[in-house]
Design a protein around this ligand. Structure first.
Ligand SMILES: Cc1cc2nc3c(=O)[nH]c(=O)nc-3n(C[C@H](O)[C@H](O)[C@H](O)COP(=O)(O)OP(=O)(O)OC[C@H]3O[C@@H](n4cnc5c(N)ncnc54)[C@H](O)[C@@H]3O)c2cc1C
Length: 380
């Protein structure tokens, strides 16, 4: 067992850390207020190879590994949690399934521009009536000649506003329940496709969360991803990988809040000395650092398992469950250490606290993670 990054992994971590410090951190509060990730940031992500980290170079990616990817998501999220989820949703929920299930033609047409960062991707499963219970989606896809006709409404879709390519899940045969779900690659300018309401959110405010409307949306049959009826299994694979990204995002948010709490504790003077001298504050910092390290090890192990081609869904569920709760605990304590200042917008910890909450909700709520973990423990 080795607990060391390779030279390549260290290089990626350091490069992304510099990008987060120099580019993302200075813009994060502004983007949070304006509720948008600036296009130049997305352009830079592409130029740095961060929109296709573990995709082979022949398909436009950076040709690195899943550990590099997860570490990059942590470092990006340390700078800006919204940008972290843009990268994670794009990569884990669309780029990865096209790479694994796409035909050669689909890879050339869609994977290459996505992995190069020329286009952003969004993954659309959730509907107003179907969240945790994904099998109850009501969007339909009906085959008509060389096309599928999609009808329905998706909501809460990350990257929905900026994406050029969407992976949309629809029922091709409702009777067959999960075996009747299929996945479609849909281009933004497809007739019958439009973007509806944008959500105003508690946190990760810079990322778009959009409604997508499909009204007789005419999708070429060649854009079916994998076989008809395999959509549910493709989606489950996406979420196993996506949970590594969300866990890494949660650790990045927690790390940012922790670093700011340390800095504040060293400089805030009360009773004639820095508050870091008080054991109550020291114990909080010790607990925060310990929780972050444990959460990081969990997501790195899940990433390593995925990279090695070993089963990783149990570990990715554990990593996401634990890291998201760590992010909530650490950001709450970071505000506590800042006292009243932490409750104001003059310090970033209030944003980290708001950003942390979503990690307990998307890509499977904490309750859903516990169900998955328990089901796996008790099977057989
Ligand atoms: C900001 C944001 C971004 C998102 N991005 C995307 C995206 O890019 N693509 C996409 O498809 N979706 C996305 N989602 C949707 C997200 O994945 C869902 O919100 C999430 O899965 C929960 O579904 P729901 O909101 O419908 O809640 P529900 O499923 O209605 O759950 C409500 C509550 O009931 C609990 N619950 C439900 N079922 C059970 C059960 N069987 N046992 C115990 N408790 C249960 C839940 O844990 C939760 O506490 C996003 C959501 C948000 C808020």
């Amino acid at each position: 067992m080795r607990f060391e990054f390779t030279e390549e992994q260290k290089m990626v971590r350091d490069m992304v850390r510099r990008f987060a410090d120099d580019v993302l951190k200075p813009k994060a509060a502004e983007m949070d207020k304006e509720c948008k990730i600036y296009p130049e940031i997305i352009k830079q992500l592409g130029e740095l190879g961060l929109l296709g980290v573990y995709i082979p170079e022949e398909y436009g990616g950076a040709g690195m590994d899943v550990i590099c990817y997860a570490t990059a998501v942590e470092e990006i999220s340390r700078g800006c949690a919204s940008t972290g989820i843009l990268v994670s949703a794009h990569t884990s929920l669309v780029v990865d399934p096209i790479y694994h299930y796409g035909t050669e033609e689909q890879k050339r047409k869609y994977l290459v521009p996505l992995a190069k960062g020329e286009k952003v991707a969004a993954h659309a499963m959730t509907e107003p009536g179907a969240g945790t219970d994904v099998v109850s989606i009501s969007t339909t896809a009906k085959r008509e000649g060389d096309y599928y006709i999609l009808n329905g409404t998706k909501h809460f879709i990350t990257n929905g506003a900026e994406a050029g390519i969407y992976l949309i899940f629809a029922m091709t045969d409702k009777e067959k329940r999960h075996k009747g779900m299929s996945a479609f690659i849909v281009e933004r300018d497809t007739p019958g496709f439009s973007i509806g309401k944008l959500e105003h959110k508690l946190g990760i405010r810079a990322t778009s969360t959009a409604e997508l409307i499909l009204e007789n949306c005419k999708v070429p049959a060649d854009n079916l991803l994998g076989e008809e009826g395999r959509g549910f299994y493709i989606a489950m694979d996406c979420y196993d990988g996506g949970r590594i990204g969300v866990a890494a995002q949660a650790v990045g948010i927690a790390q940012a809040a922790y670093e700011e709490a340390v800095e504040f504790a060293k400089t805030r003077i009360q009773f004639g000395q820095p508050i870091a001298k008080f054991q109550a504050i020291q114990f909080k910092l010790a607990d925060m650092a310990t929780m972050i390290e444990a959460a990081r090890l969990l997501y790195l192990k899940a990433a390593w398992l995925k990279q090695e081609g070993k089963p990783y869904y149990q570990l990715s569920a554990m990593a996401k469950l634990f890291a998201s709760e760590v992010a909530m605990d650490v950001t709450r304590e970071a505000i506590q250490i800042h006292g009243g200042y932490g409750y104001t917008e003059d310090y970033s910890v209030e944003r980290h606290y708001r950003d942390a909450k979503i990690t307990e909700i998307y890509e499977g709520t904490s309750e859903a993670q516990r169900l998955t973990i328990a089901r796996n423990l008790l099977k057989g």
